[in-house]
Design a protein around this ligand. Structure first.
Ligand code: ATP
Ligand code: MG
Length: 447
């Protein structure tokens, strides 16, 4: 036994049951990495010479609903099912989401050989002996990501591996080996052949990582950014330092620094922070006074954000939030703001997004060389809460029953109250503004 680890009961049980049934069984993938680095294993994957049908004989409650040969085994111990996959000779497919068929491998060696990176190509047998054909353990200790075999060939087979290299390096805080990195630079245009959903998944994982800013720089240096986010490349080198203004970085660097300081863990919020000024290169103007302006940049940024969201197949919910955060990121914070101005900001941003909007603002401030907050911003946060707490009832509406009766030609009666309630609800949910002319217009539309 190479390693001394206390295996979870259900993991030990899987090893034992396969062994009893005379099949080979190994722990593979991220779990081996985590065990070797002393981390909590978040994801247990196994590989075996048993076919899916044979696995199901050992675990009749297992479920096998995909053509990758993965059988899921539900346990009480873990939320996610443990996954057992028959030895494979193929991993990843360049242009399709799913292969037409999966070829089963004959041996563990064959299976490991087809895995992407050395640190991912180790296995632990049932006695916890480490199987390491690629010097993986050394690479893990050196915190380095290297392709298994010839990197050019491996990225040619499956271009998504390039994104995986950058994403895994980001998550683990590792570097990418020279040859592997050179191969990414050379093959980066191939990423265009990969289904956008898969690219997006990798990008979101990278952005969700606490090291996201480093990851984004790695995307840039590897050439992958040019392929998947060309609009962001254009921001680097665009100066924005005006006389007497606080900006210390060019637009691209400012965006990456904003991401670095954005405290949210939500990838959509962090992504919005990364691109909030992406329209600046297109709106850049330098006045005779030397002052640089980016008039209307938030509108242009929103348009670009929309292209990005569509291109990367964001869900509707993700896209709505992404665009909202970019569109309204310029909200002003001012001690003379009226309650209704604050309500308007809340309505535009959506009360449910306000915290994330503030996380973007904090990132934006720190990423531009300003302090984390200001008394104005703190004051604003207090007022946001106050404004939302203020008792607000139908009586506070800027129209009353008389307006309803007049506009809709109604006689006094319960209908009038119902309509007022309906309108009140919309105002309360911030769908429309509590302004007389707006509410009258709304009434007209009802008639
Ligand atoms: P994590 O689950 O923490 O993201 P992981 O290494 O377990 O890390 P998975 O995506 O779960 O990553 O993949 C499991 C294993 O399958 C990897 O460790 C790797 O050996 C192999 N693998 C996954 N995708 C590919 C691919 N595109 N090409 C080659 N091997 C792959
Ligand atoms: Mg995994």
């Amino acid at each position: 036994m190479d390693l001394h680890v206390q295996l979870p009961i259900s993991v030990a049980e899987i090893l034992e049951k396969f062994d009893t049934a005379k099949y080979e069984i190994y722990i593979v993938g991220g779990a081996v990495r985590d065990i070797l680095t002393g981390k909590v294993v978040h994801d247990w994957d196994f590989t075996t010479n048993a076919t899916p049908e044979e696995i199901l004989k050992i675990f009749p409650d297992g479920f096998y609903d995909n053509i990758f040969g993965t059988v899921g085994i539900k346990t009480e111990e873990f939320e996610r099912p443990l996954e057992v996959t028959t030895f494979r000779t193929e991993f990843g497919y360049s242009d399709k989401r799913r292969p037409d068929k999966v070829a089963w491998g004959k041996s563990l060696e064959e299976d490991l050989e087809r895995r992407d990176f050395t640190i991912n190509a180790m296995a632990l047998d049932k006695n916890l002996n480490l199987i390491d054909h690629y010097n993986s353990r050394e690479d893990l200790n050196k915190k380095i990501i290297k392709a298994v075999g010839d990197p050019n060939e491996r990225f040619g087979e499956d271009a998504l591996r390039m994104m995986r290299a950058v994403r895994i390096a980001t998550e683990l805080g590792f570097s990418i080996g020279d040859k592997t990195f050179e191969a990414i630079k050379k093959n980066s245009p191939l990423i265009g052949k990969i289904a956008k959903e898969r690219v997006k998944d990798e990008l979101f994982k990278l952005i969700a990582s606490p090291n996201a800013a480093d990851g984004v720089m790695l995307l840039k240096d590897s050439g992958l950014m040019q392929e998947i986010l060309p609009e962001l490349i254009k921001c680097f080198g665009v100066e924005q330092k005006s006389p007497g203004r606080h900006h210390i970085y060019d637009v691209g660097t400012h965006l990456v620094m904003s991401l670095k300081f954005c405290k949210s863990t939500d990838p959509v919020t962090k992504f919005a922070t990364l691109i909030h000024d992406i329209g600046k290169p297109l709106t850049y103007k330098k006045l005779d006074t030397g002052v640089i302006t980016f008039y209307n940049h938030e509108m242009v940024s929103t348009k670009i954000a929309e292209n990005i969201a569509d291109r990367l197949r964001f869900s509707k919910k993700e896209k709505d939030k992404f665009l909202t955060l970019v569109r309204w990121h310029q909200f002003t914070v001012d001690e003379h703001q009226t309650d209704s101005a604050i309500r308007r900001i809340l309505r535009n941003v959506g009360p449910e997004n306000m915290e994330d909007m503030l996380a973007l603002r904090t990132g934006d401030r720190l990423g531009g060389g300003a302090t984390e907050t200001s008394w104005r911003l703190e004051e604003f946060k207090k007022r946001l809460i106050e404004v939302q707490k203020q008792p607000f009832s139908v009586r506070d509406l800027k129209i009353n029953g008389n307006d309803v009766m007049k506009e809709l030609n109604l006689k006094p009666g319960p209908k009038v109250g119902e309509i007022l309630e309906e309108i009140f609800k919309e105002v309360e949910e911030m769908k429309i503004e509590n302004k007389k002319e707006m509410l009258l217009k709304k009434l007209k539309n009802l008639s």
